[in-house]
Design a protein around this ligand. Structure first.
Ligand code: AMP
Ligand code: MG
Length: 615
């Protein structure tokens, strides 16, 4: 059975939302949670803080003609559940007055105003199948079927996580009490990327000096040339400025030391000039030094040659020959670069800004990234602790060095928060530090279903964060988690966090697939440029298919026939050597029922380029 939900924001806040002075935070949060927990249609309304308006919103949502008593049947058990769950968090909950009951075949529940309390109340309602059961009973069911079928519309008929909760597991319960199925729906790659693009809003505009440090920024203004370049007639070659009417013959030589540019070039004289230099008044073309001969020289007191005196011109030049006209490179007022363009490290854009004399320019600030690894088993390469006493060797922290290399290669500033132990307080301290110092946090490990996997609960329960997705149907990278955490200091009131899988190959792959687009969106790259480029490649080897979309690590090389992709061998998510030398990820389709079990050598597929094409 599928259910829809209606969310009404009412109370004092709704009036200020109506007046446009306040933002409704809890309404969208409730919708978000219900959507990700499988409600097929979630509609919403903001009512004014009076009974009539609330009734009108209810009517609108329920499509009812008349509602006499707000609730036809009370549900005191649900009220009790909401109160008792809120009281666990604050004694002040004793002062709240939740309502629950039915109108027709619709369950109506009032939730508190704050986002924190909304999460706690929804958690109580959704866990142990209470809400499912109640809805099933109202619709006339036995209350049994829903708890065993999938609640989300992506995979009808599949087995649902049971019990469902609004939040990830509570780390204070013992390991025996942990959830055994992830409460996060498995979403597909495209939906995950869409969520990132929708959730992330670019950082603010800053003015920076035009230096090499601009590389990687997006321009936040149009740049026009303030003057013609060149600003006057200049020469393309080394030689002599002449009148094109002068015939070949012997001429006296003038230089910038003996003649002012503004003065007319006298008859019988030519003016020595170097590439890029300006022509003197009266001249209109330039003869190349190769088309001249030295005739005579000036000598000093010792009889040594010091300077050209006379030169013979050997050719007749035409008007304008070897001359760059004013404004012929860039004309005053020309749009030389456009808002939204990326300043690359290839040099062309920084060069253009410098060429037109821009000393500083408006760009979007680039995100600062805080990086940490989680895991009691991890050893820092540079300052290893003694190995654990139980004889097990521990694991070198691979992800911080690898991700730092990738980030700094893309010119992002990295704050290294080190290795964080698998305990809640250490996580809270590290995440707090990350929120203070960076715009986005990258963590690895601690995203699986282990009792010591703390990131999701810490984000939700300690930072009041929202997990936008917690599982993606790709291999490697299933537990990739994307969240935002409310932070007053941040430009849009929140900062972002990616909890990437701990396995080192999965961490790098998911970095390129999810984090790079997120960093680019923060830096205001145009939406169609945020993802890494995809190219068509021919497979050199057969590649087996998995039920999930697989990102197979390859080396992409150009050949006369096109781009060829060669596998890097074993693709286990821990085998980071499969990324050694890899510059692409072939996106393999999921295994289809009755379809082929692999792509054959010679077949074509798409590869996501994570590095330069290799030769
Ligand atoms: P977890 O999600 O924390 O259970 O991690 C999954 C696997 O990745 C475990 O085998 C971890 O030991 C391993 N792992 C986690 N973090 C790292 C890291 N920074 N470097 C290398 N391996 C790691
Ligand atoms: Mg771990």
């Amino acid at each position: 059975m599928s259910f829809s939900a209606g969310v009404i924001t009412a109370g004092k806040v709704s009036d200020s939302v109506h007046a446009g002075v306040n933002e409704d935070k809890s309404g969208p949060l409730i919708q978000d949670i219900l959507r990700t927990r499988g409600f097929e249609r979630v509609v919403s309304a903001v009512a004014s803080d009076d009974e009539e308006s609330i009734r009108a919103s209810l009517k609108q949502i329920l499509s009812l003609k008349a509602i006499s008593p707000l609730l036809e049947r009370q549900a005191p058990g649900l009220v009790h559940l909401l109160l008792s769950s809120s009281l666990k968090h604050t004694p002040l909950a004793a002062l709240s007055r939740p309502l629950a009951g039915t109108i027709g075949k619709t369950l109506v529940v009032t939730l508190p105003g704050s986002t924190k309390a909304v999460r706690e109340n929804l958690d109580a309602l959704l866990s142990n199948g209470v809400l499912d059961h109640a809805l099933d009973l109202i619709k006339g069911g036995s209350g049994k079927d829903r708890s065993t079928t999938c609640g989300h519309h992506h995979r009808p008929g599949c087995v649902a996580p049971k019990p469902r909760t609004a939040l990830s597991h509570d780390p204070s319960v013992p390991a025996s009490g942990r959830l055994r199925v992830s409460p996060y729906p498995m979403i597909n790659l495209k939906d995950a990327l869409d969520i990132i693009m929708t959730e992330i809003q670019p950082l603010e505009v800053v003015t920076l000096p035009v230096t090499a440090g601009l590389a990687g920024h997006v321009l936040a203004e149009d740049v026009h040339a303030p003057q013609d370049i060149p600003s006057s007639k200049t020469t393309n070659v080394d030689g002599y400025a002449v009148r094109s009417s002068d015939t070949p013959g012997v001429y006296n030589v003038l230089t910038s030391r003996t003649h002012k540019l503004s003065e007319e070039l006298p008859e019988g004289f030519i003016f020595r000039i170097n590439t890029g230099g300006p022509l003197p008044a009266g001249s209109d073309s330039v003869i190349m030094v190769e088309d001249t001969e030295l005739e005579s020289t000036l000598k000093d007191a010792d009889g040594e040659d010091t300077e050209e005196e006379q030169v013979k011109t050997l050719a007749q030049v035409s008007p304008g020959e070897n001359v760059r006209e004013p404004g012929s490179d860039v004309r005053k007022g020309d749009l030389v670069m456009q808002m939204g363009e990326v300043i690359t490290s290839a040099g062309g854009e920084v060069g253009t800004l410098a060429f037109v004399g821009r000393k500083e320019v408006k760009v979007i600030r680039k995100p600062v990234v805080a990086l940490l690894s989680t895991g009691n088993e991890l050893l820092d390469l540079q300052s290893p602790k003694p190995m654990p006493g139980d004889g097990w060797g521990g694991i070198w922290d691979t992800n911080r060095p690898s991700l730092q290399a990738a980030l700094e290669g893309m010119r992002y500033k990295v704050i290294d928060l080190g290795i964080v132990a698998d305990d809640v307080d250490a996580h809270v301290r590290a995440v707090s530090k990350g929120l203070e110092t960076a715009d986005i946090l990258l963590t690895t490990g601690g995203t699986s279903m282990g009792a010591s996997d703390l990131l999701k609960p810490v984000i939700e329960r300690r930072f009041n964060g929202t997990i936008h997705f917690g599982r993606v149907a790709i291999k490697p990278g299933k537990p990739t988690t994307f969240a935002s955490i409310p932070t007053k200091a941040a430009p849009h009131g929140r900062k972002y966090l990616f909890a990437l899988p701990g396995n080192p190959a999965a961490a790098i792959v998911t970095f390129h697939i999810f984090v790079v687009p997120a960093l680019r969106k923060l830096g205001a790259w145009l939406p169609n440029k945020c993802q890494l480029p995809r190219v068509q490649v021919q497979l050199e080897n057969a590649m087996p298919l998995d039920p999930r979309v697989e990102l197979h690590r390859v080396i992409v090389r150009p050949t006369p026939e096109g781009l060829l992709a060669t596998t890097t061998g074993g693709q286990r998510s821990s085998r980071v050597t499969s990324l050694c030398g890899a510059n692409g990820l072939v996106q393999l389709p999921p295994l289809a029922v009755g379809g082929p079990s692999k792509l054959e050598a010679g077949e074509f597929a798409q590869a996501i380029m994570i590095g330069e094409i290799q030769i």
